[in-house]
Design a protein around this ligand. Structure first.
Ligand SMILES: *[C@@H]1O[C@H](CO)[C@@H](O)[C@H](O)[C@H]1NC(C)=O
Length: 202
């Protein structure tokens, strides 16, 4: 009990050492009036911004807004990612799952949650990505073995197909263990250099 209290006190007064960047993507087909893709990005549990396939992109966090006005090439990177790269890849994955499960139409939803954690004391970085299909957990990437883990029996037949796509796995590996951690460190350090801006990352 006493240890727990001390731990809580310690956690409270020390600045966070574990930082996180997480994205959430929902791709859907067959739902009228809903964009086929909606994506959000969070840093340290704060909403950075969101975008959708109707070419809407909103940056909510002031510190990142400021960063992007000074780094327009980064904003362009988000635009490309959200308006072109993501919709194409989510659509392709949804189509291939629908054909694998003999689903000729109807409403289908593919969700992706991924990102990384960075411990700014040990410098340890951990990446993760997981997919859900039609509301259930589906596949997660094991970054040590670079293979997919079926999260439910129905995903067993999709696993070997996803495992065979070595390029996709390579892209995830570089995004989750290099690109996103770099982005996370950039935002955290940038937040520290403008401590008076509201909506900051501590
Ligand atoms: C899809 O249909 C094919 C051909 O009818 C069948 O062999 C296969 O088992 C079906 N797949 C699923 C997941 O039901």
């Amino acid at each position: 009990m006493r240890t727990l209290l001390l731990l809580l006190l310690f956690c409270h007064v020390s600045s966070p050492v574990l930082h996180s960047l997480k994205y959430f993507i929902t791709g859907s087909t067959g739902i009228p009036n809903l964009p086929e893709l909606v994506a959000t990005l969070e840093v340290d549990e704060l909403l950075v911004g969101s975008c959708d396939s109707n070419k809407r992109l909103e940056v909510k966090l002031d510190i990142v807004k400021l960063f992007l006005t000074m780094h327009p090439e980064q904003l362009e990177w988000y635009r490309q990612w959200c308006f072109h790269i993501l919709p194409n890849s989510i659509k392709a994955s949804t189509n291939s799952l629908m054909s694998l499960y003999n689903q000729s139409g109807g409403v289908h939803v593919l969700q992706e949650a991924g990102g990384c954690e960075w411990d700014d004391e040990t410098e340890e970085v951990k990446g993760f990505v997981q997919f859900g299909y039609d509301g259930d957990d589906f596949l997660a990437l094991d970054l040590n073995t670079l293979t997919w883990i079926a999260l439910r029996p129905e995903a067993d037949i999709a696993k070997p197909i996803w495992d065979a796509d070595k390029n996709l796995i390579k892209e995830y590996k570089s995004a989750l263990t290099q690109i996103f951690p770099e982005l996370l460190k950039t935002y955290v350090k940038y937040g520290r250099s403008f401590p008076l801006i509201t909506g900051r990352i501590t």
